[in-house]
Structure formats: C-alpha cells, structure tokens
Design a protein around this ligand. Structure first.
Ligand code: C2E
Ligand code: MG
Ligand code: MG
Ligand code: MG
Length: 301
C-alpha cells in the first residue's frame, strides 16, 4: 500500500485527502513558536465516581490549534516536545493554566450552592512525560504553582504511563517516592499496555491505576478485554489503590464497571474533554440530573 501511495503523487496533488491536509506532521519550529506564544490550551475531561456519579476531578489534556493545520493531537506533538527539549515548558504551561482554572472553578459555578463541597475537593490529573521524571526542579516549580493557587498537593495527581514508570524502575522508585513525600498523588496511566511486573508495581507509591482505554472500549465485545479489566480492578483493590477506567463510552460498560466495583470512570459517556468556558454550564446541568435521579430513587424506595 505504501508503495502505491508513493507511486501516485499526481493523484494526491489533484485530489488532496482532507484528513491528510488537516494533520500533517508539524515541525519543531512550529511547536516552539506555539509554546513561546502560549498557544497551547488545556481541555479538561471529567472523572466521575462509578457508584454515586459524583464528580471526582478532571484530567488536563494539552490542545494545539495550529493556525494552518487545525487541531494537532497530543499523540503527535507531545513526542515532538519530548525530543526537542520543549516538554518541560509544555508541562509547566499546562499545569499553570490548569491549576489557576481549578482554583477559580468554585467561583465560576454561581447558580445554586455557593459553597459546593464537590467543587472544593476536585482533583486535577496532569500527564507527566518520562523525560521529565528526573527533573526535580520541574516538580519543585509544579509544587510552587500549586501553592500559589492554594491547591493542596494531594489534589494533584501526576499521571505516568506504565512504560515510562517502569523504564528504569530503580530511578523511578526513587523519584516517585520523593514526589509522594512532597505530597503529590501518583497514577499509573494506560495500565495493561506495558509489561510491568506485579512486584515492581507493588513497590511503587501509586495511589491510582488507570485501565487503558483499549480494554475498556472493547470490554463488551471481548471476553479477553473483560478479563483484563476485571483483573486490574481486583489488583487495584488488593493494593488499596483507586481504579479508574478510561474510555467509558456507553451505559453497558458503565454498568459492567459498577458490577466490578471499579471506583472511577472517565470517557465520552460522562463527557468529552471540554474547554474551561464550557465547564460551569456542563457542571450545573450534570448536578441537576444527578439530583433528579437521587430524588427519583428515593421515591422508588
Ligand atoms: P491519556 O493520558 O491516556 O489520555 C486519555 C486520552 O483518551 C485522551 O486523548 C482523551 O481525549 C481520550 N479519551 C478519553 N475518553 C475517551 C473515550 O471515551 N473514547 C475515546 N476514543 N477516547 C477517549 P488525547 O487528549 O488525544 O491525549 C492523548 C495522549 O496524549 C494522552 O493519553 C497523554 O498520554 C498525552 N497527553 C495529553 N496531554 C498531555 C500533556 O499535557 N502532557 C503530556 N506529557 N502528555 C499529554
Ligand atoms: Mg492520562
Ligand atoms: Mg491513558
Ligand atoms: Mg494514552
């Protein structure tokens, strides 16, 4: 197929593929300019408790709207940031936007409860690249950003992918222990896609395991996926960790997760990642729906 694509450049000029035109590989210079200009925005995806539906927090996800090429997915630009030395600044930009936003959120949601306890306890998840893991100065800066915004460190969850945390397990153990002692919460992202041994995992001071979306999204059609989801939820429970399922797209999967007593769900069923300006309205609507459901359940008792 690649041969065929390469052999027909004329056709590609004559009938450009719109998808290809929207997402060409951006250059390092483009990304550098965007980071310098502060053009990386943050989208926030909610996480909800499976049992009660209560909002547990949000994951901050970097977004880059390229002036010529449109939205570039983070799976494309984060690796470029990693190889070009921009990742530390990207991480700090995402963190400072997100923490300022989190601190202001209770004031933005004006209707109803003036002092909504849920909003004052929300956690914020930040994705941390393996390349940043050994940079203690960066985590000190992160801690300073949290203090400036009066967000206690245990409300900030640093997400590391399974592969990055286990790359050099001895170094990671050291750094992660340091971060945990500093007060951060730690999460192991995309769990199930790497090959970490249970023994290594048990020694790492994580507070959450996130089951990779590839298993969650296929759980209802694949007994293998269900076996992975079930085992990870069990593992999390045995280790006293919170288990989060990412990629929850439908009610059936949600019911299945509840039946396993999985703690937290994240996915399109609850909401796609949202920009800050859309969250107060989304939250007020969701709170009203939950309240209606609660009253309904009381009537059925
Ligand atoms: P991740 O940390 O595993 O984030 C979850 C990804 O799954 C997000 O993709 C999210 O939009 C997507 N997702 C959530 N729910 C669903 C669902 O129900 N169905 C489907 N199909 N997808 C869902 P996104 O935003 O494109 O991010 C991709 C990856 O890029 C992230 O995976 C993370 O590894 C990385 N990333 C994003 N932002 C940052 C950042 O600020 N720093 C670093 N180092 N990495 C980041
Ligand atoms: Mg993540
Ligand atoms: Mg993930
Ligand atoms: Mg991922």
């Amino acid at each position: 197929l690649q041969e065929a694509v390469r052999a027909t450049p004329e056709t590609r000029v004559a009938r450009p593929d719109p998808v290809e035109r929207i997402n060409p590989t951006p250059t390092e210079a483009d990304l550098r300019a965007a980071v310098n200009a502060g053009d990386i925005r943050v989208a926030y995806q909610p996480k909800a408790r499976c049992r009660s539906g209560t909002l547990a927090g949000f994951e901050a996800l970097a977004r880059w709207d390229h002036p010529d090429h449109g939205n570039i997915p983070p799976d494309v630009f984060v690796p470029i940031a990693e190889t070009s030395g921009l990742i530390d600044r990207l991480t700090l930009q995402v963190a400072s936007q997100a923490l300022r936003w989190l601190a202001d959120l209770p004031g933005e949601v004006r209707t109803g409860d003036q002092n909504d306890p849920v909003l004052n306890r929300l956690q914020l998840s930040l994705n941390i690249s393996a390349r940043t893991l050994n940079n203690r100065a960066l985590f000190d800066e992160l801690a300073a950003i949290c203090r400036k915004n009066r967000v206690p460190l245990d409300r900030v969850i640093l997400e590391l992918t399974e592969t990055s945390a286990m790359e050099d397990a001895a170094v990671s153990l050291n750094t992660l222990t340091h971060l945990r002692l500093q007060g951060f919460s730690l999460s192991i992202d995309d769990f199930g896609t790497g090959y970490s041994s249970m023994i290594q995992l048990v020694r790492m001071p994580f507070s959450e395991i996130k089951i990779d979306k590839s298993f969650v999204m296929t759980a209802m059609n694949s007994s293998e996926s269900r076996a992975v989801v079930r085992s990870v939820v069990d593992l999390g429970r045995s280790l006293g960790l919170e288990t989060t399922a990412e990629g929850v797209e439908d009610e059936e999967t949600m019911r299945y997760l509840k039946s396993l007593s999985c703690d937290i769900a994240q996915g399109y069923l609850i909401s796609r990642p949202l920009f800050a300006e859309d969250i107060p309205a989304w939250y007020v609507e969701r709170r009203a729906k939950l309240e209606a459901r609660r009253i309904d359940a009381l009537h059925r008792l």
